[in-house]
Design a protein around this ligand. Structure first.
Ligand code: HEC
Ligand code: HEC
Length: 240
């Protein structure tokens, strides 16, 4: 009886306390409560969220490589190449990209905050589980290498990437995308080795408001001239 009322007192108290103070409470109020309350407290500490997708890279690989005709999913490989290493700048390289970033882009194509007619159609056929599965497959693929093409702009590109443009308030790209272009999971995407034409097109898309999914990148791209965008994009292509 005494134990029951203590437990119900404990239960009502519990509602008002954060998980940590619950454990502190158990610690001081003795074994009788701790024994009964421990399973409930443990269950709270590790909630089982029904319906939360379990990420499956093998399913992602299958969908990436073969698509799914029954659901109208086109094989991503057709454009983005085996392992996410695309053959031309028309299609970005996706290999080794951070999974959270890839998933976010697919969601953004689907919700229209990143407006690209081709990828909006592709993303519309995917559910969130598909997106996470494909992203989990892609992050495990080898990093794609690239080369800078324009000797005349390497120096400008490098100085923007490493140091920004102080006079215009442009921050160093390296601060977020890391000095070697590998990015910083989960927020800052890998850029190194990407096709220069694709990178350049994205900077233009941020500046022109076609790609509205990052206020940070819009603010930066707005300050860059066409020439600066080209230079830094070419430098990034050779970065690894
Ligand atoms: C018909 C060619 C084509 C197919 C098929 C295709 N894509 Fe794309 N994808 C593109 C193009 C073009 C872009 C660049 C879009 C832009 O400029 O914003 C792109 C961009 C992307 C991006 C953004 C990359 C980044 O670095 O931000 C992701 C992620 C992506 N595609 C995933 C997929 C997945 C997953 C599939 C398969 C379900 C797929 N794509 C199928 C053409 C294609
Ligand atoms: C304050 C942090 C920050 C800085 C500094 C920064 N970026 Fe970004 N960048 C981001 C974030 C965040 C994203 C991802 C946006 C999204 O979710 O779509 C991004 C995305 C990009 C993309 C798109 C990549 C893709 O695969 O489509 C390019 C290109 C890019 N940044 C280039 C640059 C360049 C060039 C510079 C330097 C002039 C720079 N960034 C500086 C935060 C930053």
């Amino acid at each position: 009886m005494r134990q029951t009322s203590q437990i119900s007192k404990f239960t009502s108290l519990r509602a008002g306390f954060a998980a940590l103070s619950i454990f502190a409470l158990i610690g001081v109020s003795g074994l009788a409560i701790a024994n009964d309350a421990a399973p409930a407290a443990a269950a709270e500490a590790k909630p089982v969220v029904p319906g939360k997708p379990k990420v499956d890279p093998a399913a992602g690989e299958a969908l990436y490589s073969n698509g799914d005709a029954s659901r109208g999913v086109t094989a991503c490989l057709t454009c983005h190449g085996p392992k996410g290493q695309s053959a031309t700048a028309t299609w970005p390289k996706l290999s080794a990209q951070h999974a959270a970033y890839t998933t976010k882009q697919l969601k953004n194509f689907k919700d229209g905050s990143r407006a690209n007619p081709v990828m909006m159609g592709m993303a519309a056929t995917l559910n969130e589980q598909d997106m996470q599965n494909i992203a989990a497959f892609l992050v495990k693929q080898p990093v794609s290498q690239g080369v800078a093409q324009n000797k005349n702009t390497i120096e400008l590109g490098q100085s923007i990437y490493r140091g920004g443009i102080a006079a215009k308030g442009v921050p160093a790209c390296a601060a977020c995308h890391s000095p070697n272009g590998a990015g910083i999971p989960a927020q800052y995407p890998r850029l190194g080795g990407q096709w220069a034409d694709y990178t350049n097109a994205q900077l233009l898309a941020f500046r022109d408001g076609v790609r509205k999914n990052s206020s940070q990148m819009t603010a930066i791209a707005t300050k860059l001239s066409d020439q600066e965008m080209k230079a830094v994009s070419d430098y990034i292509a050779g970065l690894h």
